[in-house]
Design a protein around this ligand. Structure first.
Ligand code: HEC
Ligand code: HEC
Length: 372
């Protein structure tokens, strides 16, 4: 038995890079004020995964997919706690786990970028904000993250069993690079592999630098619903319906609800918001053209579901609702401290006191700022 150098620095750092990014991105997803970092890390994770796949073809011995051990997976598990063969590098279970993790890693990051577009109107797929029913990317994202997490946990369990039950040094080797083997081996980067690494590091730094540019195409792009409105009508709407509060995005409510609201402008939440006839007609037309039914958004979907629920439970056909009664509103805020909404400066209807971008109708998590 002798000591061999199996995993080069590139492998060991690449491994740590993916672990760190996945862990941080997973944690950051739970805090809205860290959400832009979640996205940032998600993109870097995707790049790391792509590099690992590339390395699987052009990398060092034992990192290449063709050096993995795929045969004997059944026997491997069957005789797991009995005597077993020792593998220089990846055993069949970890070989399959790596392939699966790479596949899921791609799925996780891509579905995340797509969900950022359809849910938050941000990033390279921002236009999906108005094509919401195309596919439920958020669910796919969550599902693939959980699958990936499950495989990672099994992978970790395997590594721990290997170390503490079988008393192997695989876990040490991915940290130190050295492993006890039968025959002496030294794995080092060749000239081409060194070039690949230098180019990769260069491109990665360039990408990181670019991602800090606020209008970068990958994450910085923001959907602009107002581009769909007729300009003059929108200006009038802003002037008349944006004087006491911010101008509510017209696609948050269905037409019947807007019509109901417009019928009662003299008695509008305890104030008189009535308009002269010409302005009234113009604003009503604006709402007819741009209400929830006309754009394929998450609000349209949620409104439809809420209205169905209401008509089912009340046994009557009510088609009017306020924004704060909608499912999307209730679900989005159900975990918030109710005291937040009791503050004088914050009303639950006044979206803009927390969502800086409420007037645009986007409600990005990174644009949340709750006054203390
Ligand atoms: C004179 C002031 C005033 C004007 C003008 C006004 N509003 Fe309001 N509006 C209010 C008040 C007060 C509330 C209650 C919530 C609040 O205090 O922010 C409210 C609430 C709303 C809400 C929230 C309802 C919900 O679903 O939760 C909508 C939507 C709304 N207004 C639409 C309009 C539209 C459309 C116009 C223009 C036709 C308009 N408002 C003009 C005072 C006004
Ligand atoms: C007291 C502050 C506050 C007010 C007022 C408020 N929100 Fe929110 N909203 C939040 C917070 C915080 C979240 C993120 C919750 C979380 O962590 O998931 C959120 C989440 C959302 C989301 C989901 C965003 C996403 O994709 O994750 C939507 C949509 C939304 N709010 C719409 C509205 C609308 C419409 C109004 C006004 C009628 C409103 N909010 C008023 C604080 C507020």
């Amino acid at each position: 038995m002798t000591k061999s150098y199996i995993y080069t620095l590139v492998n060991r750092l690449g491994h740590l890079y993916l672990i760190a990014l996945f862990t941080l991105a997973y944690i950051f997803a739970n805090f809205y004020f860290l959400f832009s970092w979640h996205n940032f890390l998600g993109v870097l994770f995707l790049i790391g995964i792509c590099f690992r796949i590339f390395w699987g073809f052009f990398g060092t011995k034992y990192s290449r997919f063709k050096d993995f051990e795929y045969r004997g997976i059944l026997a491997y598990f069957l005789f797991y706690f009995k005597e077993r063969k020792n593998f220089v590098s990846h055993n069949p279970a970890s070989s399959f786990a790596i392939i699966l993790m790479l596949f899921l890693g791609i799925l996780v990051s891509l579905s995340g970028i797509l969900a950022y577009g359809s849910e938050q109107g941000g990033g390279i797929f921002a236009n999906l904000y108005f094509h919401y029913s195309l596919f439920d990317f958020k669910t796919l994202h969550k599902f693939s993250v959980n699958c990936l997490l499950a495989v990672i946990l099994v992978h970790i369990l395997g590594a721990l069993l290997d170390k503490f039950y079988h008393k192997n040094d695989t876990l040490n080797s991915i940290i130190s690079g050295y492993k006890i083997t039968k025959y002496k081996q030294e794995v080092h980067l060749n000239a081409l592999q060194k070039c690949i690494c230098v180019i990769y590091l260069f491109l990665l730094s360039l990408l990181i630098w670019y991602l800090f540019y606020p209008k970068n195409i990958l994450l910085g792009f923001k959907f602009e619903p107002s581009a769909f409105y007729e300009k003059n009508a929108f200006e009038l709407y802003k002037k008349e319906c944006g004087s006491c509060h911010f101008e509510y995005p017209p696609f948050l409510l269905n037409l019947s609800s807007w019509e109901e609201l417009m019928k009662n402008l003299e008695n509008h939440y305890g104030t008189d918001a009535s308009l002269d006839e010409e302005d009234f007609e113009q604003i009503l037309t604006f709402l007819k053209q741009n209400n929830a039914e006309n754009f394929d958004t998450k609000f349209k979907k949620s409104l439809k579901e809420t209205l169905n629920e209401i008509s089912n439970s009340k046994q009557k056909n009510s088609n009017t609702i306020s924004i704060t009664q909608c499912d999307f509103y209730k679900k989005a805020h159900q975990n918030l401290d109710p005291q937040l909404f009791q503050k004088k400066s914050i009303k639950k209807e006044n979206c803009i006191s927390c969502h800086k971008d409420a007037a645009s109708g986007i409600f990005q998590r990174e644009n949340l700022s709750i006054k203390p």
